[in-house]
Design a protein around this ligand. Structure first.
Ligand SMILES: C[S@@+](CC[C@H](N)C(=O)[O-])C[C@H]1O[C@@H](n2cnc3c(N)ncnc32)[C@H](O)[C@@H]1O
Length: 246
């Protein structure tokens, strides 16, 4: 998969969009305790802790957890991070939590529909009755329809030189390949590194059905973090907000 040290992520832009969306929902539901599922480098978790939430972050990658802990320390943010899979949440961190979120398309790391079904069952199991889950995946149908294979090209400084990352998709069914080409400048020449991964590219209708099967209620789907209603043709994201039975 992509290099974890994702300096190319525009954290300021992401957090400026995503944190107000999350805190808006949390305020509406009186949320105090939050689980960041697949927390990655822990930027959201640290930001929410600084906003006064009691936050726990979990990720399957030891490297991600180490990076998240270091970031929280730097920011003096009180977050507890642990290593574990979202397929085993109830065993590793039973909660219950008032809320959880799983962003950055992390649920698409499931390898099958059955696995995503299991993950959503685990989400419900660690929420208190009436607790809220937020999960963002890509709107695969819309992106394929629009032929948007190139996700981004970004350059950033690294070790006094320059690096360029190109991220693009290969459409498939039920999985897409996601490819990262990293170009590193060495003197006058460039060296290329290629990483790839696989994303479970479920259409929204399947995603919606899985939330129902996991016994979540009142699931709503947004197309972006400004709460634009999901549109299969126009949206880039598919953001589910759903509730554990009360
Ligand atoms: C694209 S990153 C997103 C990270 C973070 N949520 C964000 O928005 O920046 C996907 C994350 O999912 C994690 N992940 C993949 N499969 C997982 C699993 N089964 N359980 C927990 N984390 C998982 C990866 O280690 C990675 O940190």
């Amino acid at each position: 998969m992509a290099p974890l040290t994702s300096e190319y992520t525009r954290w300021d832009r992401r957090l400026a969009r995503e944190i107000p969306f999350l805190t808006g929902i949390f305020r509406e539901r009186g949320v105090k305790s939050v689980l960041d599922v697949a927390c990655g480098m822990g930027r959201h978790a640290a930001s929410l802790a600084q906003a006064g939430y009691r936050v726990t972050g979990i990720d399957i990658s030891a490297e991600a957890v180490a990076s998240a802990r270091a970031h929280a320390r730097e920011q003096a943010a009180a977050v507890s991070f642990l290593e574990g899979s979202f397929l085993e949440l109830s065993r590793v961190i039973p909660g219950p939590f008032d809320a959880l979120y799983c962003v950055g398309n992390s649920l698409s790391f499931c390898t099958s529909e059955e696995e995503m079904q299991r993950a959503l069952g685990e989400f419900r199991a660690v929420l208190r009755p009436g607790g809220v889950a937020v999960a963002q995946v890509l709107n695969y149908v819309g992106i394929a329809e629009r032929g948007e294979r190139l996700d981004f090209v970004r350059s950033f400084p690294r070790d006094g030189s320059e690096e360029i990352v190109v991220k693009f998709f290969r459409f498939g069914e039920p999985c897409w390949d996601v490819e990262f080409v990293t170009l590193k400048k060495q003197g006058e020449s460039w060296r290329a590194e290629i990483d790839s991964g696989s994303l479970l590219a479920l259409p929204r209708e399947t995603f919606r059905r899985l939330w129902g099967e996991a016994e979540f209620t009142d699931a709503q789907f947004f197309g972006d973090y400004a709460r634009t209603p999901f549109d299969i043709h126009l949206s880039r994201d598919c953001i589910a907000v759903a509730f554990a039975p009360g």
